[in-house]
Design a protein around this ligand. Structure first.
Ligand code: SF4
Ligand code: SF4
Length: 108
C-alpha cells in the first residue's frame, strides 16, 4: 500500500503494530518516533490501518499536507501530479528519501 507521499504503509511500524495488535510494538514505536520527531507520541496513538484505508489513521498522517493535497487534486499519489516535485514534497523527501525513491519508481 503506497501512501500518497510514496511511503510504504505495509512496512510502517505503526501499521505493523496495529495489524499485529501488539502493545509492545506500539510502545517501541512511540518511543522511537518521539525521539525521531522530537514530539511526545504515546503508545495509544500508534494505531493505523494505512494512509488510504477507511479505518484508523495515525494522527500525523491524518493532518498531512501531502495527503490533503493529493486528495484535493484527485491523484493516487504525488508521482502522477502535474506539479511533481513541488516544494512541500521536496521538503518531505529530504526527511524520507525512501518515499522519493518509491515515487521515482512509480513515474518510470
Ligand atoms: S498512514 Fe499510517 S501506515 Fe501509512 S505511513 Fe502513516 S502511520 Fe504509517
Ligand atoms: S502539489 Fe506536491 S504535494 Fe500536492 S500532489 Fe502534487 S507533488 Fe504532491
Amino acid at each position: 500500500m503506497i501512501a500518497y507521499c510514496g511511503l510504504n504503509c505495509f512496512k510502517c511500524d505503526a501499521y505493523l503494530a496495529t495489524q499485529q495488535d501488539s502493545d509492545s510494538k506500539r510502545e517501541e514505536t512511540a518511543q522511537k518516533w518521539s525521539r525521531l520527531y522530537r514530539v511526545e507520541i504515546k503508545p495509544e496513538q500508534i494505531n493505523c490501518d494505512g494512509c488510504k484505508s477507511d479505518g484508523r489513521r495515525f494522527f500525523h498522517c491524518n493532518m498531512c499536507d501531502i495527503r490533503r493535497c493529493c486528495i484535493s487534486k484527485e491523484v493516487d499519489n504525488c508521482a502522477v501530479c502535474e506539479d511533481y516535485i513541488c516544494e512541500t514534497l521536496s521538503g518531505f523527501i529530504k526527511l524520507a528519501p525512501e518515499a522519493g525513491k518509491a515515487l521515482e519508481k512509480l513515474r518510470s
